[in-house]
Design a protein around this ligand. Sequence first.
Ligand SMILES: Nc1ncnc2c1ncn2[C@@H]1O[C@H](COP(=O)(O)OP(=O)(O)OP(=O)(O)O)[C@@H](O)[C@H]1O
Ligand SMILES: CC(C)(CO)[C@@H](O)C(=O)NCCC(=O)O
Length: 399
Amino acid sequence: MEHNREFEIDGNSNPIQISRLALDIGGSLIKLVYFSRNSGDDEDPPKDKVGVSNGVNGRLHFAKFETAKINDCLKFISANKLFLGGGFQHQENCTNDRSFIKATGGGAYKFSELFKEKLGISLEKEDEMDCLVMGANFLLKAANQEAFTFLNGQKEFVQIDHNDLYPYLLVNIGSGVSMIKVDGDGKFERVSGTSVGGGTFWGLGKLLTKCQSFDELLELSHQGNNRAIDTLVGDIYGGMDYSKIGLSSTTIASSFGKAISDNKELEDYKPEDISRSLLRMISNNIGQISYLNALRFGLKRIFFGGFFIRGHSYTMDTISVAVHFWSKGEAKAMFLRHEGFLGALGAFMSYESPSLDDLVVNQMVPLPVNASLVTDTNFDPLKEDLNGTESIQCCVYRA
Ligand SMILES: Nc1ncnc2c1ncn2[C@@H]1O[C@H](COP(=O)(O)OP(=O)(O)OP(=O)(O)O)[C@@H](O)[C@H]1O
Ligand SMILES: CC(C)(CO)[C@@H](O)C(=O)NCCC(=O)O
């Protein structure tokens, strides 16, 4: 298991009450989102105009596992009774009253039998693109301090105007990359994609550096210098800029180009330099393709999600610079704090019929303005990244 928030135990050592669980089972990672009611429900839920309580206070929890370690995920769900505490039961139209959970991503198909066999759970499949868009729209409308720009090491939160959100380009960088033009709730088109994504960085990086984990590879990139392997414009132009076409001497002319002329073997390069060049190559490429797609449809805003980003400064900086450079400052790259959880959040929100006796959790959108989703007060989004280690205080409204 990795990067999971310690499962909360209340004062009586009882597991917290989980009311809803949803999964996004991707090519690289499984993402879980689940809601827990506040223990003792000590905080008053919001009341309507006549003072009637119409919501349930609780927390949204986020967790992730490597897909290759799906058994750890199954154990986590089982040990913490994430589907029993409030898993939904089919009522009318029921297929023999089994519990089910909403799941999206390719693994919802691939591992369907495994969930049934090991946990007795049926996965109710939701379309991956639908879920990504639903999760992104929800976060952009309901969460405080969700979207931010990142340039020159500076993170700046962007105030989202709900009436001026669409259209935008959503670029989800998972194992592969999907580019989706979003025009409204449920209104979107996947306009492009590329197989050169997070899986490429991790896969090639693993082969070239012998790193054992993604975090190790990312950490290495911090210490590396891409000039050791990339051919820069200056390397070709005798140290000069090629200003006539807008290229400075430090611009990368050819990623990994030096490996041809250096007459070196793989072992002669430092793993940190390889990691840095690889990260830069992939981030740059995604930034450029994203911009070209934004240009195709006249979109000014590009939101980047997916776990490739991991709140990593160098990745975000490279993507931002690529978008800025190619669009001549016209388009803006923005990132999302819950970057990797868009699909899982979308699946979470796709539950339709409330059926719990005491805790009726319904669609979380639309939320009353200024109400429901406020970030954990102990969490400083400017300092920390969200990697599946925190929860969000929220209120879920009754139908
Ligand atoms: N701990 C980690 N282990 C493996 N990969 C990680 C980790 N953290 C971040 N990543 C990166 O995130 C990528 C996966 O991102 P994400 O979970 O958004 O996509 P996915 O759903 O697995 O992929 P896809 O949507 O293409 O099926 C990996 O390919 C890797 O680049
Ligand atoms: C296949 C999916 C959608 C699975 O999440 C993703 O990995 C992806 O968008 N890959 C890129 C495929 C392409 O458009 O070339």
